[in-house]
Design a protein around this ligand. Structure first.
Ligand SMILES: CC(C)(COP(=O)(O)OP(=O)(O)OC[C@H]1O[C@@H](n2cnc3c(N)ncnc32)[C@H](O)[C@@H]1OP(=O)(O)O)[C@@H](O)C(=O)NCCC(=O)NCCS
Length: 168
């Protein structure tokens, strides 16, 4: 089961972190399909991220097209060191697959990626963002709590596969 977390667009990241020594070389850019191979490789090697059919190039392209200029990547020169997918459904925002390369962690890249995504959601009038955390991923929980997210112990997550539905 996944944990559901929410953020009320109250940002704890601040731009001064961009002056951090190890952050100085890192550039945050919009996620495009050119970033997909490197982002997919990062997700594949990141604990706490499970890849599915929904992460195929076709599905990620569909996601990015539906949510233009909302997802971001971080580059240290020509090396992708972070990625975050962000989308919205008109009511709420959702983050997926926020990941930072192991050697680049704890220098503010993860929180900078999240901040950029939340900024975009805010410009669309979205007031709250949700995300899912795998039950055992305590490092991620520390990260999310550390940047202002709270756990939704009042909700449980339900899912259904659509493969068995009859076509009309
Ligand atoms: C979670 C993750 C994206 C964090 O990225 P990051 O760039 O290291 O995060 P930041 O440097 O922006 O951390 C911001 C704050 O979060 C907290 N934090 C981050 N990682 C933490 C950890 N492992 N333990 C405790 N607190 C942590 C700290 O308060 C930190 O601020 P500080 O360094 O000044 O103390 C990264 O660890 C990762 O890619 N993990 C594997 C993939 C994953 O689990 N993704 C989340 C799926 S829900």
């Amino acid at each position: 089961m996944s944990l559901l977390l929410a953020n009320r667009a109250k940002f704890h990241w601040s731009p001064h972190r961009e002056n951090h020594r190890s952050f100085a070389m890192v550039e945050i850019r919009e996620f495009t399909m050119q970033d997909y191979p490197a982002a997919h490789a990062l997700w594949r090697e990141s604990e706490g991220i499970s890849l599915r059919e929904a992460d195929s190039p076709e599905r990620i392209k569909y996601f990015l097209d539906r949510n233009p200029a909302m997802s971001f990547v971080a580059y240290d020169q020509d090396r992708l060191v972070g990625a975050a997918l962000c989308g919205q459904d008109g009511r709420r925002g959702y983050l997926h697959h926020v990941a930072v390369a192991r050697l680049s962690r704890r220098s503010g890249i993860g929180s900078a990626l999240v901040f950029r995504c939340l900024e975009k959601l805010q410009t669309c009038g979205i007031q709250r963002c949700h995300l899912f955390v795998e039950q055992e991923n305590s490092d991620a929980m520390a990260f999310w709590r550390g940047i202002g997210w709270f756990e939704r112990s009042d909700l449980r997550m339900m899912s259904r596969d659509l493969g068995g539905l009859p076509h009309s």
